[in-house]
Design a protein around this ligand. Structure first.
Ligand SMILES: *[C@@H]1O[C@H](CO)[C@@H](O)[C@H](O)[C@H]1NC(C)=O
Ligand SMILES: *[C@@H]1O[C@H](CO)[C@@H](O)[C@H](O)[C@H]1NC(C)=O
Ligand SMILES: *[C@@H]1O[C@H](CO)[C@@H](O)[C@H](O)[C@H]1NC(C)=O
Ligand SMILES: *[C@@H]1O[C@H](CO)[C@@H](O)[C@H](O)[C@H]1NC(C)=O
Ligand SMILES: *[C@@H]1O[C@H](CO)[C@@H](O)[C@H](O)[C@H]1NC(C)=O
Length: 245
């Protein structure tokens, strides 16, 4: 599927490189944050990161979805607004894999997470979560809070399991509610800052203390899509887009 078009871990020194997690590959962002070329890879990442090291590893978390879909009751193929195929997840969907099958052991200091999602309910949930082996702590993840009449909150989880015993939220961003609307958003994590891009504009920057700068995951960690596993929960009824080849 999409895997071959994405950067894979080919040895080499990760330290100067950045990790890009994508839950989309079709990315038409009028602010030119990142634009997919027509074979689906992200090309113009310069504006996302200000330095001049464009080398990027790209990992598509939707590669975790087994094709053909295992359970048509809880997973379905949808279409995003751009006309690109998308995966849909209903309550009870169970898409889980060892994080090592998709992601590097140690994250780069700076990274970005790009998401194109259409929440199918107002309840929110986890877009994705990498959880420790006990499945009790979210090491890295993105959660959408239940929305109220006007807004919702996007939370970026980032937890050092070697020093913390509970999930840690690195940044919260209040945004307009967007259930039932395809919406693109991205987190750019630099050494100093976490910046949210939402619906085509850079909306907010926070300056949290982030320890360590290079997150390492427990070796038995699992990657969940549209939930954070049976212990933490956070089931998310959502469509997420992906580009098929
Ligand atoms: C796909 O993208 C890569 C990276 O930009 C480019 O070198 C290559 O020519 C593209 N392939 C096609 C078939 O467009
Ligand atoms: C909705 O939630 C946001 C974020 O938590 C909050 O700032 C806002 O006051 C809430 N609005 C209403 C109408 O409850
Ligand atoms: C984010 O929001 C959650 C829930 O309201 C709160 O517990 C947490 O302290 C907040 N974290 C930050 C970094 O703002
Ligand atoms: C995103 O922007 C479009 C065009 O400006 C607007 O129609 C839409 O309501 C916005 N979505 C959200 C969730 O604010
Ligand atoms: C971090 O954000 C602040 C405030 O927006 C900005 O002045 C600063 O240049 C940013 N630092 C980096 C490294 O992007």
């Amino acid at each position: 599927m999409t895997g071959t078009r994405f950067g894979r871990i080919e040895g080499g020194n990760m330290s100067r490189r950045k990790v890009l997690l994508a839950l989309i590959v079709a990315w038409t962002w009028s602010g030119h944050v990142a634009e997919a070329n027509d074979n689906g890879s992200f090309e113009s990442l310069g504006p996302l990161f200000l330095d001049d090291s464009p080398e990027m590893f790209e990992f598509n978390l939707l590669d975790a979805v087994p094709i053909p879909l295992r359970d048509p009751k809880t997973q379905y193929v949808d279409e995003s607004e751009d006309g690109f195929p998308a995966f849909g997840f209903r309550a009870g969907a169970d898409v889980k894999m060892a994080y090592k099958q998709i992601l590097p052991d140690v994250f780069s200091e700076e990274f970005a997470i790009l998401i194109n999602a259409k929440p199918m309910s107002r309840n929110g949930g986890f877009v994705f979560a990498i959880v420790n082996s006990m499945e009790s702590i979210v090491e890295l993840g993105v959660r959408i809070a239940p929305e109220n009449d006007t807004s919702t909150v996007l939370s970026l989880y980032y937890t050092d399991v070697t020093s913390e015993v509970a999930s840690h939220i690195l940044a919260n961003f209040t945004v307009p509610k967007f259930s039932h609307k395809w919406t693109k958003f991205a987190f750019r994590v630099t050494v100093d800052n976490v910046t949210l891009f939402f619906n085509c504009s850079e909306t907010d920057t926070v300056t949290p203390i982030r320890k360590p700068l290079r997150l390492s995951f427990e070796s038995a960690s699992a990657l969940y899509l549209a939930q954070a596993g049976p212990v933490i929960g956070g089931e998310f009824e959502v469509g997420m887009s992906v580009f098929f080849f």
